[in-house]
Design a protein around this ligand. Sequence first.
Ligand SMILES: C[S@@+](CC[C@H](N)C(=O)[O-])C[C@H]1O[C@@H](n2cnc3c(N)ncnc32)[C@H](O)[C@@H]1O
Length: 262
Amino acid sequence: MREALRAAEERLARAGVDSPRVDAELLVAHALGVSRTELYAEPERDAPAGLEPLLRRREAREPLAYLLGEWGFRRLTLRVDWRALVPRPETEVVVERCLALLAGLERPRVLDVGVGSGAIALAIADEHPGALVTGVDVSEQALSLARENAERTGLAVELRLGGIEVAAEGWDLVVSNPPYVAPEEIEALEPEVRDWEPRSALVGEGAHEELARVARTRLLVLEVAPAQAGRVAAALEAAGYDGVSITRDLAGRERVVEGRQA
Ligand SMILES: C[S@@+](CC[C@H](N)C(=O)[O-])C[C@H]1O[C@@H](n2cnc3c(N)ncnc32)[C@H](O)[C@@H]1O
């Protein structure tokens, strides 16, 4: 197995994978049905038979999360596949801001626009148990994955087909990580994103501004690309939000814009 790990690492490095050793370990462990730490408990065992197809997929730069079939997001382990975006670490910061703003509200009505895998909606339901959380998405496929994740985590959230217009129904907090990659930027993205994640989850323009205009909510929290933060903050101010602020992610990039209104 040591040899299999080394060979897998080399193949993934040649394919341009960012973290070939970690990916090799996770794929070998997945093929064996053990955890990454358990892998080293018996280093002399045979390489698992199911490894080769996984390696081929990863060499084609399919996201690691899709191959493993699940991914950690805050306290949850969510099912992930081609139906939705892989939840990102910066989106954990979005949830952090929502929880801070919701502190002290007992039964807040929360809407997640573009629920995808369910990551934001389910994490808020998990970490603010009094919240009444709704998630909407225009993609039936994303919604089916969110439903599976609601069932898997045992968290009660309302999930329905819908778009930005649902934000006008009246909420305590509206949160969204909408598609915000400009069409001309897509080719420059990593193959994992460009070639495998749903285009409809990635490419889009103007959703932040539209949400600022149409949402009827006391609190609005939006994930943005770093270059968009100033513009989106200005849009919130123009729409009448107070206390507009920008939060950086762990890498120091401006990623979350929030505001409140009476
Ligand atoms: C960037 S993904 C975010 C998914 C998830 N919230 C997360 O953070 O991992 C954007 C999601 O918004 C959905 N979407 C795109 N346009 C939308 C719209 N106008 N209204 C609602 N959802 C939309 C996509 O189908 C996709 O699931």
